[in-house]
Design a protein around this ligand. Structure first.
Ligand code: ATP
Ligand code: ZN
Length: 291
């Protein structure tokens, strides 16, 4: 049960692929803490929240059982553990896929051809569900790690494992057959904590901050000066964006134009804007956007 000091406990991975980005996200939310990778608790000084550093595998159950109110963990683990938790939001990092792959030389080219063959995995629950959904029968060989070696050891004909870039597959002479699950880091909550008045209020405050950070991700704030006569042309170059801010400058017939742009488009936009009269273009990062 949750200790009754009224503070939120958020479980994050203590050391692994999700750790740095989870800590960075919570810092961007304005939380002031020293992250104790090797201690259990990192109390936050300016918000009623404590960080709990755990192995990622334990996070879904601990949130389900109320050891922590909230958790940041891969969707893949939430699914595999079948945890009874509330999904609050996807967080946009820790992207990976659970993929079935076969040896590069294998004659198996479709999922159907894996019928009655052996698939090694550390994700038996998710794989079983996937096979059932696809009306497929195969033998699941449950391993606790080093799944990619199973075909070479003739323990299995295929593997079902987490992949992000595919390099590990290629290095081990494997090729992907089909995707079972696409995953990223998610924020989950204990349903009782979410239902309780005091904690719900804290969770909602946290959610506003997290949504602000997610909205700002990949966005830039662009400012420029231009002759007032070029406003209409410049506005046409920014058609997909929300209405830009336009203010007159002290210099006669000159305006300043401010707008939010995606980081993947601002170089192209900048060139077009410049050709159409914009100058003194400044692009700065955005910390958060609260709508
Ligand atoms: P722990 O010691 O906490 O149990 P771990 O070794 O099981 O750590 P990591 O390898 O750090 O876990 O992966 C944590 C999560 O990162 C995974 O559950 C998954 O959601 C995500 N992830 C992203 N890319 C990959 C990848 N290439 N391989 C494995 N997991 C990945
Ligand atoms: Zn783990």
């Amino acid at each position: 049960m949750i200790a009754g000091n009224g503070r939120l406990k958020i479980a994050i991975q203590k050391s692994g692929r999700l750790t740095d980005e989870s800590v960075e996200l919570l810092r961007k939310c304005g939380f002031d803490f020293e992250f104790q990778r090797h201690g259990l608790y990192s109390p936050c000084r300016n918000f009623d929240i404590d960080l709990l550093a755990l192995r990622d595998d334990d996070i879904p159950e601990y949130v389900q059982d109320g050891v922590a109110d909230l958790g940041i963990v891969g969707e893949n683990l939430v699914r595999e553990r079948n945890a009874k938790v509330k999904h609050l939001t996807r967080l946009g990092y820790g992207h990976c896929k659970l993929i079935i792959s076969v040896p590069a030389k294998s004659k198996v080219t479709t999922l159907e051809k894996l019928k009655d063959k052996r698939i090694a995995t550390t994700y038996p629950v998710t794989l079983k569900h996937f096979l059932r959904t696809n009306k497929m029968k195969a033998d699941i060989v449950e391993l606790s790690g080093a799944v990619e070696l199973a075909p070479a050891l003739d323990v299995a004909d295929a593997i079902c494992d987490i992949v992000s870039t595919g390099t590990t597959l290629r290095v081990n002479g494997l090729k992907p057959l089909t995707t079972v699950l696409e995953s990223q880091a998610v924020l989950i909550s204990n349903p009782t904590s979410y239902g309780g008045e005091k904690k719900r209020e804290l969770i909602e405050r946290l959610m506003i901050r997290i949504s602000g950070c997610l909205q700002a991700r990949g966005k830039r704030y662009m400012m420029m000066n231009a002759p007032a006569a070029s406003i209409e042309r410049l506005k046409k170059i920014l058609p997909s964006l929300k209405s830009p801010t336009i203010v007159p400058l002290a210099e006669k017939d000159m305006i300043a134009l401010h707008t939010v742009v995606g980081e993947d488009e601002f170089w192209d936009l900048m060139e077009k804007l410049k050709k159409n009269g914009a100058r003194d273009i400044v692009v700065v990062p955005i910390e958060t956007i609260i709508t």
